[in-house]
Design a binder for this molecule. Structure first.
Ligand SMILES: [Zn+2]
Length: 180
């Protein structure tokens, strides 16, 4: 879709990881007190991973596995928020800026609501966005499926991006998106 020569795109992302004992539970870069955490090569942060794929998908730049292969030891236990910063830079270099993101976490336990404001702040900071452009929600599945049995946590996200009016010079970091 184009309007006044600005190109708009949207993308979707989904992720899920199993819950296992003796792992920290990290969602949106926020440590959450719980008996279990999410298994994964990185920190298992399903919310941030869904955001990564939504952003990359909107720009048609592949997925997180393309850019951060789990076979690469440098991504072992890495904070996924760092990957979110990198994806923001990848999109900026390709001439895109993020309009907004919206995500829903699916978890039967623990209650995530109290942690959402901090998740929004951290994701917004990683994306150089105002927190008003980052929506994060949580729901249960009313005990249905692997989420309902507390075997794992999942997240789905969408991202809207728009072309920058002036593409960044090669090798120059893009200007942060304007807020408001
Ligand atoms: Zn993941």
């Amino acid at each position: 879709m184009t309007h006044n020569n600005i190109d708009f795109r949207i993308g979707i992302g989904f992720d899920s990881h199993p819950l296992t004992p003796n792992r920290p539970l990290i969602l949106g870069g926020v440590p959450i007190p719980h008996t279990h955490g999410l298994a994964g090569h990185s920190d298992g942060d399903v919310l941030t991973h869904a955001l990564l794929d939504a952003l990359l998908g909107a720009a048609n730049l592949g997925d997180k596995g393309t850019h951060f292969p789990s076979s690469d030891p440098q991504y072992r236990n890495i904070s996924s928020l760092l990957l979110l910063e990198q994806v923001a830079a990848i999109l900026a270099a390709a001439g895109w800026r993020v309009s907004n993101v919206d995500a829903t976490m699916l978890a039967q336990t623990p209650r995530l609501g109290p942690f959402i404001p901090t998740m929004k702040e951290r994701a917004a900071a990683a994306l150089s966005l105002s927190p008003g452009r980052v929506s994060i929600k949580a729901t249960t599945t009313d005990y249905l499926g692997f989420v309902g049995r507390a075997e794992g946590i999942a997240a789905v996200a969408v991202a809207a991006i728009m072309s920058q009016t002036r593409p960044p010079e090669p090798g120059q970091p893009a200007a942060p998106p304007s807020s408001g």
